[in-house]
Design a protein around this ligand. Sequence first.
Ligand SMILES: Nc1ncnc2c1ncn2[C@@H]1O[C@H](COP(=O)(O)OP(=O)(O)OP(=O)(O)O)[C@@H](O)[C@H]1O
Length: 232
Amino acid sequence: MLDVIGLSKKYNKTLAVDNVSFDIQNGTVGVLIGPNGSGKSTIIKSVAGLLRYTGEIKINNLPNKDIEAKKVFGYIPEIPAMFPLLTVREHIVYILKAYGLEIDNEKIDSLLKRFDLTDKQDKLGDELSKGMMQKVSICCALAVEPEVIMLDEPMVGLDPKAIKELKIIIKELKEKNCTILISTHMLEMVEDVWDMMILMKEGRKVGQYYKNQMGDKDLEELFFELTGEEDE
Ligand SMILES: Nc1ncnc2c1ncn2[C@@H]1O[C@H](COP(=O)(O)OP(=O)(O)OP(=O)(O)O)[C@@H](O)[C@H]1O
């Protein structure tokens, strides 16, 4: 479960996030949407503990910066960060070690296979394409079997097969009662997985909507209706 309570973040004079609150229950996919610059990445980075902010963020009822909270939390950043001298496989091993988990080679093999990385597992971090880096970053986050996972624009740069696999994985995580937060502009990619939508505009949460209350409307239709922007 993820709780964000009264979150505000200023970068110098820019109020990027203005008193935003929401919660996402276990087994629920929340999507964070809004125009460019509306504060989505700032929220995600705050939850991930990468920024200073005011307000409270709790993961499974623990402060997000608590080590016990970090142990159950996975994060796929918008821009993947690779270790240049670690191989693809070593990235996953490294993460498992950092989380204090056993090195389960079968689990690693299966993740690599799902993302077509088996024959790339010995490539170094700085030898990878952008899409491959994104896949490694996804494998690392999944390897720790998080209870709460955040994905910042996860589909960008992925090939169609990897997008399909990721969508299946999101559904599997949901079935395992995971709490999932996805920030994206690719609304059609989350159409069949979302449960709750948090709509951001100019740093403020301007709405929170549940799929089961939205009738037949799709996410894109809702977005244009709610933001008053033109669908061209
Ligand atoms: N490091 C930074 N320094 C200063 N201002 C920043 C910084 N990062 C973001 N901002 C500002 O904070 C506001 C929110 O940015 P943020 O990246 O959170 O938006 P976003 O909704 O994720 O945008 P996008 O859809 O373009 O990724 C913007 O006005 C942006 O210019």
